[in-house]
Design a protein around this ligand. Structure first.
Ligand code: PBG
Length: 326
């Protein structure tokens, strides 16, 4: 008890480092990248200052720059030249992601883990994450599963190290695991967007990836922000179906979910610090309303909650800072 106990004693500059409970390392970072088949010059994303769409050429240089910063992994999103009702350019051998994966792999070899986001919303004309019954507007679960399995296989055939299904279809992990195993890709891990909420914080991403939807919203397949127990059921299902890494998304408004998921399952747990989280902090820093240190503070909070790795648009700038400080 005070005055014998004084918690301030350990807060002196030199000492506080020794008692720090959580650290953020470059190894924790996964950088999302957008590659657009339609452009020949990089294209800034206005709602995400500092982030841009890469061309099929520049994506390779960007990946190399991240390797030089010792960022261990990227997650790739593709914007195809053509969209259709089924999203068939998600799985062609000569489509945007498959080409990007091959090119990056050729250039950076085994120095980087290439994760591919696995979803149909960038590839469908209606912008939903699965097949749609146009009469009812329903996003169909079971008919979407073989399409996701086929897409996963095409990514891995092109050289993807990990696939990350983000469409929130029931049974998607099982369908993908079976397809990979049938093709002897037993050792390719699945990072599941297991507890993915129907969130307003994805707003800027939809500009970034051109994946806005034409009707309805994603609330029939993504989770209700009010629910927490349901997140555990989602994660449990995915673990049973063979997920190797489970993700909670978004991150900052869902730190309680990250905490519960990590403690309940002890699984390698990823958190996605999504586009809206990036833009609100980045925007405020640019305005001078927040100090830049808010970036590190929020990433540390995500780790403290229990995340082992963070998908974040801050990866590049934070890696620079972390490398400079060591
Ligand atoms: C695709 C997908 C989305 C994000 C990642 N994968 C958008 C969505 O579900 O609408 C969001 C990422 C971000 O906001 O940074 N299903």
């Amino acid at each position: 008890m005070f005055p014998i106990t004084r918690l301030r004693r350990l807060r002196a500059q030199k000492i506080r480092k020794m008692v720090r409970e959580t650290d953020l390392s470059v190894n924790d970072l996964i950088a999302p990248l957008f590659v657009d088949e339609n452009i020949t010059e990089t294209m800034p994303i206005s709602s995400m200052p500092g982030i841009q769409r890469e061309t099929p050429k520049s994506i390779v240089d960007e990946a190399k720059a991240l390797v030089d910063l010792e960022i261990p992994a990227i997650v790739l999103f593709g914007i195809p030249a053509q969209k259709n009702e089924m999203g068939s350019h998600a799985w062609g051998d000569d489509d945007v992601i498959q080409n990007a994966v091959r090119d990056i792999k050729n250039e950076v070899g085994s120095d980087m883990v290439i994760i591919t986001d696995l979803c149909l919303c960038e590839y469908t004309t209606h912008g939903h994450c699965g097949m749609v019954d146009y009469k009812t507007g329903e996003v169909l679960n079971d008919p979407t599963l073989p399409l996701l399995a086929q897409t996963a296989l095409s990514h891995v055939n092109a050289g993807a190290d990990i696939v990350a299904p983000s469409g929130m279809m029931d049974g998607m992990i099982k369908a993908i695991r079976e397809a990979l195993d049938q093709n002897s890709f037993f050792n390719t891990p699945i990072m599941s967007y297991a507890a993915k909420y129907s969130s307003s914080f994805y707003g800027p991403f939809r500009e970034a990836a051109d994946s806005g939807y034409q009707f309805g919203d994603r609330s029939t397949y993504q989770m209700d922000p009010a629910n927490s127990n349901e997140a555990l059921r989602e994660v449990e299902q995915d673990v049973l179906e063979g997920a190797d890494i489970v993700m909670v998304k978004p991150a900052l408004p869902y730190l309680d979910i990250i905490y519960r998921v990590k403690h309940e399952f002890g699984m390698p747990t990823a958190a996605y610090n999504v586009s809206g989280e990036y833009s609100m902090i980045k925007g405020a820093v640019e305005q001078g309303w927040l100090n830049e240190s808010a970036i590190m503070e929020s990433l540390i909070s995500i780790k403290r909650a229990g995340a082992d790795m963070i998908l974040t648009y801050f990866a590049k700038e934070v890696a620079r800072d972390l490398n400079d400080s060591t």
